[in-house]
Design a protein around this ligand. Structure first.
Ligand code: NDP
Ligand code: 2IT
Length: 445
């Protein structure tokens, strides 16, 4: 049996209770098989196993008291996946679906994504099964403080630098940072990224993931001589990533015809993201109020991927596994020619396979959403130099990084004779090879 197949089979048994992790590891390993065909010596060095095992998994309890005085206990995690390229780096997710499996899939992907940015960052991910929905401001603060009360001893600007992810934005990072500072007495700005701009955060970090998707997607379209103007686009998720993907898409002339959140989706031939941005300022943010304010469009409960709408480009920016094979078939039937992932693993492996077989351009999350962590890397640089850059400067560095990711994919496509639409294999090979080279050079076995 081939080395890659043997390891996949072994991990399917060993981690049978971790479906998201198995999905992510199978997707990556299968698409980089050629690396292992070219390097039979990697088997003796157990390179795959060394990539797949996190260096460290930290699990802890997070007790907190709600506004009624009732105590709750959530599960907290930080998975320090791989530090061959630099300090562990990756977000923290607060969502009821968080498990060790989800964080392992995210940490594994983060390791290769971070490698693509060419910045000195290893991979990690953390989070909790805490549900921030319907929690008061004080409950959120107390939860963040309790989570940091354990986490602080495991992180540091040269050790592990968490940031936001689903359910964790600038507000939560502020509370987490405040607690870190209080406990340690050290004002190490570089210990977390995604901070508020007034106390060490970088301009453009909030927008970076969404903007980055569009910077990369427009380069890809240019390669195929496709004008982005007027291309019918749907975006799922109206959180941090979806909102700024929609803002940049609008600025670049794409035509957004639908957006969604967990409650449902809105179809509007003239979708205006500014209305969503205004509604987000109100607490609670009620997505379907868009229709009332815009006085056009229609709200539907359910998934945007279960509807028939003519579409050219799809940018899933919500969560993992939103698109299964059936939904993938529907998108292709409805005219989609490009899938640009904003979320991490929004498509099932079968959906990706179907897209590639049907000649669809596929830009994976590891490349598409790398602008977020890349700008976190730029925040770390600003923190350690104690000099802050203008929005234009950060944005221009972000564009350069996304351009460079595209160039890496093109080089790999040529070198390995990969289909020009298959950015999945190209990005995976580029990221994985860098981490392998660093691990071997450092002899960490
Ligand atoms: P947010 O929490 O800000 O937003 C998530 C959005 O997705 C919300 O609109 C949420 O709706 C919606 N959503 C959640 N679950 C579902 C579902 N099952 N169906 C439809 N919509 C859903 O998270 P982010 O924008 O930060 O993250 C989105 C994705 O992007 C995640 O995969 C994350 O890992 C990835 N990512 C984030 C980066 C960042 O910098 N923040 C960087 C790189 C990747 P509601 O609010 O109603 O629950
Ligand atoms: O998935 C991701 O890349 C993020 N959530 C951002 C991580 C970071 O460290 O900025």
């Amino acid at each position: 049996m081939k080395y890659v197949d043997r390891v996949i089979e072994e991990y399917k048994v060993k981690d049978a209770s971790q479906p998201e992790f198995i999905q992510a590891m199978e997707e990556v390993i299968k698409s980089v098989e050629v690396i292992f065909d070219n390097h039979p010596e990697y088997e003796n060095m157990a390179i795959l196993e060394r990539l797949l095992e996190p260096e460290r998994t930290i699990k802890f309890k997070v007790p907190w008291i709600d506004d009624k005085g009732v105590t709750h206990v959530n599960r907290g995690y930080r998975i320090q996946y791989n530090s061959a390229l630099g300090p562990y780096k990756g977000g923290i997710r607060f969502h009821p679906s968080v498990t060790e499996s989800v964080l392992k899939f995210l940490g594994l992907e983060q390791t290769f994504k971070n490698a693509l940015t060419n910045l000195p960052m290893g991979g990690g991910k953390g989070g909790s099964d805490f549900d921030p929905i319907n929690k008061s401001e004080l409950e959120i603060m107390r939860f963040c403080q309790s989570y940091m009360t354990e986490l602080y001893r495991h992180i540091g600007e040269n050790v592990d630098v968490p940031a936001g992810d689903m359910g964790v934005g600038a507000r939560e990072i502020g509370y987490l940072f405040g607690q870190y500072r209080r406990i340690t007495g050290a004002s190490d700005r570089g210990v977390l990224t995604g901070k508020g701009v007034g106390y060490g955060g970088s301009l453009v970090r909030t927008q970076a993931t969404g903007y980055g998707i569009l910077y990369l997607a427009t380069e890809v379209l240019k390669k195929f001589n496709i004008d982005p103007k007027g291309k019918r686009t749907i975006i799922s998720g109206s959180g941090v990533v979806g909102t700024y993907a929609a803002e940049k898409a609008t600025e670049l002339g794409l035509k957004i015809v639908g957006m969604s959140d967990i409650t449902g989706y809105i179809l509007d031939e003239d979708f205006d993201i500014n209305i969503i941005k205004e509604l987000q300022k109100k607490k609670p943010f009620v997505f379907k109020d868009y229709v009332k304010v815009a006085q056009r469009g229609e709200f539907f409960p359910g998934s945007i991927y279960d509807t028939d709408v003519k579409v050219d480009i799809v940018m899933p920016c919500a969560t993992q596994n939103e698109i299964n094979l059936e939904r993938a078939r529907r998108l292709v039937k409805n005219g989609m020619f490009m899938m640009a992932e904003g979320a991490n693993m929004p498509n099932s492996n079968e959906a990706i396979e179907y897209f590639l077989k049907n000649d669809i351009i596929v830009v994976p999350g590891k490349a598409g959403n790398a602008g977020g962590v890349a700008t976190s890397g730029l925040e770390m640089t600003q923190n350690s130099t104690r000099l802050y850059w203008s929005a234009e400067e950060v944005d221009s560095k972000l564009k350069d990084i996304m351009h460079n990711i595209h160039q890496q994919c093109l080089t790999i496509m040529d070198e390995y004779n990969i289909d020009q639409k298959n950015y999945v294999a190209a990005a995976n090979i580029a990221g994985v090879q860098k981490v392998i080279d660093a691990m071997i050079a450092q002899g960490d076995y």
